[in-house]
Design a protein around this ligand. Structure first.
Ligand code: HEC
Ligand code: HEC
Length: 304
């Protein structure tokens, strides 16, 4: 041991001496540390009194807050031993925000479509609530915000509706699903298809060859009017597209750079037909959820 000298009384010692002169310093712990230590001890004891803590044989020290009662997903009241998972389930139903949400939900589900549309607060609530539902259930196909994918999933934002854009139409689409079917017309001759594609494009104001379009009109009368109508404005009862607007859902006309490419897009539909379907949600979403989604989708497209 080095001869470290300390002047008498500068450092407190415990008073013990070993080996003649080996002394033990007495440096007390900092006060704040000691208090913090006591605080943790008190916290632990209080915790044991309130919450379940120590295992005791086959059981455990239960504490005074030993049960928690909450409502489960099925709406049943469940009482279990206290645990944070049950606490979360309780808070999800009983926190201020949750109570406010369920009040709004009740208000909206009891209101008619037009009442919701006229009430900005209910509308704002519905939008934010249904946005989540849409993201979870619909966006995989219709994309976030409902813009769709041309040729695959209809655009729900453009206010052009295959099956109609009223609340009732949209509710039906979601509830029961939809099946869009157009047979293929592969058997038409190449000339007929070419004329037909010119005619179809002329319907939406494209500059086309007039003679070809005129003979195309005859082919259209013979093959297409049963579904698309004599005016080619479509039929919402069977989801036949309106061919006179400039909105396309299957034929990628907007993606084509010139008339020839646009004709190819139309001929693809003529050659292949269309078969696509929207799944039914009646078994998977509750009536209330479908109602909220209906309002949401209606508001996306401007609605009708
Ligand atoms: C698996 C893909 C898929 C999912 C998921 C899906 N849809 Fe669809 N949806 C389609 C297809 C495909 C069509 C077009 C059906 C047709 O042409 O007959 C469609 C059509 C629609 C229509 C009719 C559009 C019109 O122009 O009339 C509405 C409304 C709609 N979907 C809403 C929804 C909502 C709301 C959800 C979520 C609950 C949803 N869809 C989920 C594929 C899907
Ligand atoms: C049996 C009914 C039926 C007949 C007949 C029919 N169509 Fe269709 N057509 C449909 C339906 C339904 C759709 C929309 C399908 C969907 O979106 O799921 C459609 C869509 C289209 C589209 C795509 C429109 C777009 O917005 O992308 C074109 C183009 C078209 N039809 C052209 C024709 C032509 C040309 C004929 C005649 C040779 C014809 N159709 C005959 C039912 C029919």
């Amino acid at each position: 041991m080095s001869e470290q000298k300390h002047t008498e009384g500068s450092v407190q010692t415990t008073g013990h001496a070993w080996d003649g002169d080996l002394q033990e310093f007495n440096n007390p712990l900092p006060r704040w540390w000691v208090w913090a230590f006591y605080a943790t001890v008190i916290f632990a004891i209080v915790y044991w009194i309130i919450y379940p803590s120590w295992p005791m044989g086959g059981s455990y020290l239960k504490g005074v807050m030993n049960t928690i009662t909450y409502e489960n997903d099925k709406g049943e009241e469940v009482t279990t031993h206290w645990n944070t998972r049950a606490l979360l389930a309780y808070d999800m139903k009983n926190s201020d925000a949750a109570v406010r949400q369920s009040e709004y939900l009740e208000k909206v589900t009891n209101a008619s479509y037009s009442q919701i549309a006229q009430d900005p607060e209910m509308m704002a609530f519905t939008r934010s609530y249904a946005k989540g539902l849409f993201g979870d259930n619909c966006a995989a196909c219709h994309q976030q915000g409902g813009v769709g994918v041309i040729g695959k999933y209809p655009n729900l934002v453009d206010d052009s509706w295959l099956y109609g854009g009223t609340y009732v139409n949209i509710e039906q689409s979601i509830q029961n699903g939809r099946r869009g079917n157009m047979p293929n017309f592969e058997s038409l001759s190449d000339k007929q298809k070419d004329d037909l594609s010119e005619y179809v494009l002329s319907l939406s104001g494209h500059e086309v060859n007039r003679n070809k379009a005129q003979s195309g009109a005859k082919v259209f009368q013979a093959n297409c009017v049963a579904c698309h109508g004599a005016d080619a404005e479509g039929n919402t009862a069977i989801g036949a597209a309106n061919l006179t607007d400039r909105i396309w859902t299957v034929a990628d006309v907007p993606g084509a750079s010139n008339l020839e490419a646009k004709k190819v897009a139309i001929k693809q539909v003529i050659n292949n037909g269309i078969s696509r379907h929207m799944p039914a949600w009646s078994g998977r979403l509750s009536g209330d959820e479908i109602k909220l989604l209906t309002v949401y989708v209606h508001s996306l497209g401007g609605g009708q």
